[in-house]
Write a protein that binds this ligand. Structure first.
Ligand SMILES: [Zn+2]
Ligand SMILES: [Zn+2]
Length: 65
């Protein structure tokens, strides 16, 4: 699925009340993103920061290492 470039990494799911990961195209609790604590540690908010932000990509890359 394609999202506008400014779409945050985690958005509210259309089907349910959970968060949807626009990077992995699945629910945030089910994807391989790091936890919210790790994003905060890097100074990014996944609920408002686009998935193509360098810090977001860094956090994801760090997690899947
Ligand atoms: Zn859902
Ligand atoms: Zn993800």
């Amino acid at each position: 699925m394609e999202y506008p470039p400014s779409t945050p990494l985690w958005i509210e799911c259309d089907m349910c009340e959970e968060w949807w990961c626009t990077f992995h195209d699945r629910h945030a609790f089910d994807c391989s993103c790091p936890g919210i604590e790790d994003f905060i540690e890097l100074g990014v908010d996944p609920y408002s920061t686009p998935a193509n932000d360098p810090k977001i990509l860094m956090a994801i890359a760090r997690e899947s290492r």
